[in-house]
Design a protein around this ligand. Structure first.
Ligand code: MN3
Length: 199
């Protein structure tokens, strides 16, 4: 069965004015769709086509002869999680269970937010900033291009896309403003809680 582009879990206008309808159309319908199309073309009539997306990511990670497949599978996986990491009316207070875990592992919510913001800001070039579960501890990490913590034995909980296509229409070169908006008005804390509890 072919890999599919999941529809956005909200309308294209839902995240305005933080992220415009134009950005969501370009990002989901063009960029994300292209990774899905490439992945299907690259895995067609191979054993990888019968695996789950996460299994393809893990099976191709670190294999130079499968870099193209990994890049597209990783990008599909990362974008699926990105759309689930944000929502209309996001940000705000953290659910108690997540707040307690963040205070335990980072010292404070403010320290966590600052570290996440810095991870996104200092990712040189295209990539991603992550909140992950690493063993029994929360951790912040950043990855380049299509790389994903899933390929490194960690459980992704939240991700901010810091490829320029994620923010350039709305924020131009101001990645810091996009990251601030991500944390204050977009991030879906409940989604992170659900993934934490499923881990
Ligand atoms: Mn993207």
């Amino acid at each position: 069965m072919a890999f599919e582009l999941a529809p956005l879990p909200y309308s294209y206008e839902a995240l305005e004015p933080t992220l415009s309808s134009q950005t969501l159309h370009l990002h989901h319908d063009k960029h994300h769709q292209t990774y899905v199309t490439n992945l299907n073309n690259l895995t067609k009539d191979t054993p990888l086509a019968s695996l789950s997306l996460a299994e393809v990511v893990k099976a191709t990670a670190g294999k130079p002869d499968q870099q193209g497949i990994f890049n597209n599978a990783g990008q599909v996986y990362n974008h699926d999680l990105y759309w689930s990491s944000i929502k209309k009316g996001g940000g705000g207070a953290l659910p108690g269970v997540l707040e307690a875990k963040i205070i335990s592992d980072f010292g404070s919510v403010a320290a966590f937010k600052d570290a996440f913001h810095q991870a996104g800001l200092t990712q040189f070039g295209s990539g991603w900033a992550w909140l992950v579960l690493d063993g029994d501890k929360l951790a912040i990490t950043k990855t380049s291009n299509a790389d994903t913590p899933l390929a490194h034995g960690k459980t992704p909980l939240l991700v901010a896309d810091v490829w320029e296509h994620a923010y350039y229409v709305d924020y131009q070169n101001r990645r810091a403003d996009y990251l601030k908006a991500f944390l204050e008005t977009l991030v879906d804390w409940e989604g992170a809680v659900a993934r934490l509890q499923a881990a």
